[in-house]
Design a protein. Structure first.
Length: 224
C-alpha cells in the first residue's frame, strides 16, 4: 500500500460574517492516493469550492487538518508551504485565475519558471500541455482574446505543466462544450492512470463521476 498523497480528517470551515458565523463545511474525511480520482459533487452552495480551497492549501480550516505527502499543512512554515505548492500541487480555480497581460503560453509557463525549469524544457512542455487541451493554435492569445472555455483549458494546462503529484480542480469542465469536456475528462483520467496523478475534482459531470475512484457528495457542507 502506498501512503495517500492527500488526507483530510474532521475538516471544517466556519466563516465569520456580519450576520454571524456561517458553517460552509463540516466533518469531511477523505483520502486520495497516487492514481486515484476523487469527485466532489453537490448543489451550488454545498461547499465544494470551500473544500477544494482547503485541500489546495489556499485557505486554512477552522477544524480538522489537511495532510499532503504525510505532512500536516497547518504545521508547515510559509516557506515549506510555498515549496509544497511549487513542487507537488496543481490548482485549477473555479474562476481560472489567469494573468490578463500574459498570453496563453506565458500563463502556462509561469509555474515552470517558478520551478526554474530550463528554457528548452519549458518551451517543450508548454507546447505539449497546450496541445493536450486543444489550444496549440491559440498559444499567443491573451485571456481577453480567448473564450471562457478556452481560458478554462489554459488554466488546466497551467496546472498540469509541472507534472504535479496532486491536482485540485474546481469545476474544470463547467464552461466546456461536450467535446472539450470529454477531452478534459479523458486527459485527467489519463494523467491519473499513466502518471499516478492524484486528482480531486469538483464537478457536475456524470461521465467523470462514473469513472472516478470515489465520489464525495456534499449537502449543506456535510458529506451526504
Ligand atoms: N468567504 C465566505 N464568507 C462567508 N460565506 C462563505 C464564504 N465562502 C463561501 N461561503 C458560503 O459557504 C457555502 C459554500 O460555498 P461554496 O462556494 O463552497 O459552494 P460550492 O459548492 O462551490 O457552490 P458552486 O457550485 O456554486 O460553486 C455557501 O453558503 C457560501 O455562501
Ligand atoms: Mg464552487
Amino acid at each position: 500500500m502506498t501512503d495517500p498523497v492527500l488526507r483530510a480528517t474532521g475538516l471544517g470551515r466556519v466563516f465569520d460574517t456580519p450576520a454571524g458565523p456561517v458553517t460552509a463545511l463540516a466533518d469531511v474525511d477523505l483520502e486520495v492516493s497516487a492514481g486515484e480520482v476523487l469527485v466532489v459533487r453537490g448543489a451550488s452552495g454545498a461547499g465544494k469550492s470551500t473544500l477544494l480551497a482547503l485541500l489546495a492549501t489556499l485557505d486554512r480550516p477552522t477544524s480538522g487538518e489537511v495532510v499532503v505527502d504525510g505532512q500536516a499543512v497547518g504545521s508547515l512554515s510559509e516557506q515549506r508551504l510555498a515549496d509544497l505548492r511549487r513542487d507537488r500541487l496543481g490548482v485549477v480555480p473555479q474562476s481560472f485565475g489567469l494573468i490578463p497581460v500574459l498570453s496563453a503560453a506565458e500563463n502556462v509557463e509561469v509555474p515552470l519558471r517558478v520551478r526554474r525549469t530550463s528554457v528548452a524544457r519549458r518551451d517543450a512542455r508548454v507546447a505539449e500541455v497546450l496541445g493536450l487541451v486543444g489550444l496549440a493554435e491559440h498559444a499567443g492569445q491573451r485571456p481577453d482574446e480567448l473564450s471562457g472555455g478556452q481560458q478554462q483549458r489554459v488554466g488546466i494546462a497551467r496546472a498540469l505543466a509541472t507534472r504535479p503529484a496532486l491536482l485540485v480542480a474546481d469545476e474544470p469542465t463547467a464552461q466546456l462544450d461536450a467535446v472539450n469536456a470529454r477531452r478534459v475528462v479523458d486527459l485527467l483520467l489519463a494523467e491519473a492512470a499513466e502518471h499516478g496523478l492524484a486528482v480531486v475534482v469538483a464537478t457536475h459531470d456524470d461521465d467523470l463521476a462514473a469513472r472516478a475512484t470515489r465520489v464525495l457528495t456534499l449537502a449543506s457542507g456535510r458529506p451526504a
